[in-house]
Design a protein around this ligand. Structure first.
Ligand code: PLP
Length: 386
């Protein structure tokens, strides 16, 4: 698929990885959006070529899958209509009776997918602490088939040692799937550690502007596993529209530069938060005080744009803080150019296991001094009106 998997510099590849490959003279530099759902049958009515029907494949999706595949240094990528559709596709590769291990602090939507569907699919799922690979090994059973990893996890920013997980998985012939939405391929390439599948909600940093929904699965190798993912994609049909694929290619062209600034701002804000009165604890893997810092430093190039922190107080204080800002809006999701934060437990609902005093912050691309000032006044104001 992608000829440019081993790009030299991500900034260059992000721009050119979704441009047209061979073009006639005077053709546009930026590919257009191809809205046709159907393609002409050539030669006496026989289907020829790769393009037949847009659910099966579409030029904009090909461009998108090429660039996603290259960004993660994979062999093949499949684009989906949402992150959760991509996650769903990976779990649908499993068989009735298979056992899956997931992190206890997994993204809430993945947890919900398991709660509502694993039983019906005949999957046995278990949520465990993945900061300790020994515990992971003890949890493996004869029918264990897959380990699902998020590092950092969502929202508590727990770090999992990918090298150790892959080593364990090899001895037991397990599939390792990593949801790489939070670190992004700018900061971490799980496939380089021997992970089998990487999953993205492209709604977040890859989209980057809080205006499109999308997902992707990228495989280290082509073969039976990725064929199953591809079959869920085209047979079950959770595919992105040509317009969404085009929008995402457009966003990805500036993704590496956005990511540099997300990383830089978040590191600065995390340090700032850890000195701020009223803050009990800051969860950010870039802080030396974070229990997963050494592993994160080893496997990641930078630490990403997400911070979670505990306030010294209860749910009321946390909700008051998030509604006290001038720049940072209270909203769910993450990865956009604008900073947003939320009282995470309220977003997750009554079944949430997130601490009631936790605020989750997606650090955007505003000037970092403005962000720090906004946070400081919000916390101060909330503390004095207590
Ligand atoms: C948002 C998110 C998802 C779900 O993606 P959607 O595009 O909302 O379906 C999956 N995993 C993580 C880590 C996320 O943050």
């Amino acid at each position: 698929m992608s000829q440019q998997n081993e790009y030299k510099h991500i900034e260059t590849f992000a721009i050119h990885g979704s441009m047209k490959e061979s073009q006639p003279e005077n053709s546009p530099i930026v590919p257009g959006i191809e809205m046709s759902t159907i393609y002409e049958h050539r030669k006496n009515g026989h289907l020829e070529g790769d393009l037949k029907y847009t659910r099966l494949q579409n030029p904009n999706r090909i461009q998108l899958e090429n660039v996603l595949c290259g960004l993660e240094k994979g062999a093949e990528a499949a684009a989906f209509s949402s992150g959760i559709a991509a996650i769903n596709a990976v779990f649908q590769t499993l068989e009735h009776g298979d056992h899956v291990l997931l992190p206890s602090d997994v993204y809430f939507g993945t947890r919900k997918l398991m709660w509502e569907f694993a039983n019906r699919w005949g999957l046995e799922v278990e949520f465990i602490d993945m900061t300790d690979v020994n515990r992971l090994e003890q949890a493996c059973k004869p029918n264990t088939k897959m380990i699902w990893v998020e590092t950092p996890s969502n929202p508590q920013m727990l770090i999992t040692d990918l090298e150790a997980v892959v080593e364990l998985a090899k001895t037991k012939n397990l599939v390792v799937a990593v949801d790489n939405t939070w670190p992004t391929p700018f900061n971490l390439n799980p496939l380089s550690f021997g992970v089998d599948l990487v999953i993205h909600s492209t709604t977040k940093y890859l989209g980057g502007h809080s205006d499109l929904l999308g997902g992707a699965v990228i495989a280290r190798e082509s073969g039976a596993l990725m064929d199953r993912v591809r079959s869920v994609q085209v047979v079950q049909g959770g595919v992105p529209s040509p317009f969404d694929a085009w929008m995402l290619c457009r966003s990805i062209r500036s993704f590496p530069y956005r990511m540099r600034a997300h990383n830089e701002n978040a590191l600065d804000v995390a340090h700032f938060l850890s000195t701020l009165p009223g803050i009990e604890q800051v969860y950010f893997p870039g802080l030396a005080s974070h229990p997963g810092h050494a592993i994160a430093k080893r496997q990641m190039r930078h630490f990403g744009g997400m911070i979670s922190f505990l306030v010294e107080g209860d749910q009321q204080l946390a909700t008051r803080i998030v509604s006290n800002t001038k720049i940072i809006q209270a909203a769910t999701s993450l990865g956009g150019i604008e900073s947003i934060w939320e009282h995470r437990k309220s977003s997750e609902g009554p079944l949430s296991e997130t601490p009631e005093n936790l605020i989750r912050l997606s650090v955007g691309l505003e000037h970092v001094e403005d962000l720090k000032e906004d946070i400081e006044q919000a916390v101060k104001q909330a503390l004095t009106t207590r």
